[in-house]
Design a binder for this molecule. Structure first.
Ligand SMILES: [Zn+2]
Ligand SMILES: [Zn+2]
Length: 185
């Protein structure tokens, strides 16, 4: 983990939540958007209306091409895509401390809708990530039959699999069998 600061932690949590939401939305099982966001430190997710969660789901789906585009490693294209999405949003930062949490930045005013707030937080986290690391930490699961995206928070960028533990275990089993076959021949 590269937990250098509270800001770095917040960026990581937000980008990991974005990946989990996109993967979940693309999967047959679906995803509980509210729960993912509560776990990622979005307190407004607790009381957000069903309508705003639905709006958010539709808007998150529109960021899927942007997320897939990051895998090409093209920093200029990623920057342009983020900027295009940001022009749609009312970004108005303020530094705040509340509910026992020390000073941190809110990117949207308290009057922003829940879906505007989450969309802005995701895009600002991505903008800061591009400044810090470029698109290099975004990857796709290496398991066969899995297309899930991940954000690689490891120090040496060694992550290979998505959050589903079955992807790592079935790949390791297959690799083990392949090595045994090679040993025998
Ligand atoms: Zn806050
Ligand atoms: Zn996977």
């Amino acid at each position: 983990m590269h937990l250098r600061s509270a800001t770095a932690t917040e960026i990581r949590q937000t980008l990991e939540a974005w990946m989990a939401l996109l993967n979940g939305r693309a999967s047959a099982e679906g995803v509980d958007v509210r729960t993912v966001l509560i776990d990622a430190g979005f307190p407004r997710a607790v009381s957000a209306s069903a309508a705003s969660v639905e709006r958010l789901e539709r808007r998150l789906d529109t960021t899927a091409p942007l997320a897939r585009g990051l895998l090409d490693g093209d920093q200029g294209a990623a920057m342009a895509a983020v900027n295009e999405q940001l022009t749609e949003l009312d970004v108005r930062p303020s530094v705040v401390a509340h509910d026992g949490v020390g000073p941190h930045i809110h990117w949207t005013p308290s009057t922003a809708t829940f879906d505007d707030q989450v969309m802005t937080d995701v895009l600002m986290a991505l903008a800061q990530e591009l400044v810090e690391n470029g698109p290099a930490r975004f990857g796709v699961c290496k398991a066969d039959d899995c297309d899930d995206l991940f954000y690689d928070a490891t120090r040496n960028r060694s992550r290979r699999f998505c959050d589903d533990p079955r992807c790592a275990s079935r790949t390791h089993t297959a690799e083990h069998r392949a090595r045994r076959r090679a040993d025998r021949s």
